[in-house]
Ligand binder design. Structure first.
Ligand code: GDP
Length: 196
């Protein structure tokens, strides 16, 4: 049985004015294109095809909001590899991120990172978006592609890069590794009252 049986697509936003009302709780999902973000969202929410909405033409550059339960949302951000250059990035992407990051309802960020790459120096931009009261959880996806020893290594190096600013876990939608842990984290954040 799904933990989020009533999950459904809410709306797509191209500008902060189109965001849903800033009430309740929400968690943002962000990652480079192809990191496995859509697959992870579908596995966590247990609704196959839910995040496919974010991949439909015309929606790939938008922020896509899904309601998991009344007043509990996730926000699927565009893969941040899409911007052609720093200028386009600044113009279209930054204002959206900045507005999202300052919402009262934003409890935290799930960073989706390919486990074969790991979270590295240079990924700080991601963690810098998060306000001090917002949490960070890193999913090292496609962990099925690594053996146990390499999995342990990337977990350790990614934790070192995070330097206590967030938590990190191995995840594989294919092998169903870490799905439960990710669900629990998401659920706890969505239930938590602000700054608790
Ligand atoms: P997104 O662009 O970050 O949303 O990435 P997708 O979810 O579309 O996944 C990108 C590619 O990685 C697809 O070919 C997926 O089938 C593959 N992929 C995603 N998750 C996993 C996983 O857990 N294991 C493996 N082996 N492949 C995965």
């Amino acid at each position: 049985m799904s933990r989020f049986p009533r999950a459904e697509f809410l709306l797509s936003a191209a500008a902060p004015g189109q965001f849903p009302a800033d009430r309740g709780a929400e968690v943002a999902f962000v990652g480079r294109s192809n990191a496995g973000k859509s697959t992870a969202i579908n596995a966590i929410v247990q609704r196959q095809g839910l995040a496919r909405t974010s991949k439909t033409p015309g929606r790939t550059r938008l922020l896509n909001f899904f309601e998991l339960a009344p007043m509990q949302r996730i926000v699927d951000l565009p893969g941040y590899g899409y911007a052609t250059g720093p200028e386009e990035e600044r113009r279209t992407w930054r204002p959206l991120i900045d507005s999202l990051a300052t919402r009262d309802s934003l409890r935290g960020w799930f960073l989706i990172v390919d486990a074969r790459r790991g979270l590295r120096e240079g990924d700080e931009a991601l963690t810098e978006w998060a306000g001090p009261e917002q949490r960070i959880h890193v999913l090292l996806t496609k962990a099925d592609k690594l053996n146990r020893s390499d999995g342990a290594k990337v977990l350790k190096s990614s934790a070192a890069t995070l330097a206590g600013r967030g938590t990190v876990q191995l995840f594989s939608a294919t092998a169903k590794t870490g799905v439960e842990e990710a669900q629990r984290t998401l659920e706890n954040w969505l239930k938590a009252s602000p700054a608790s």
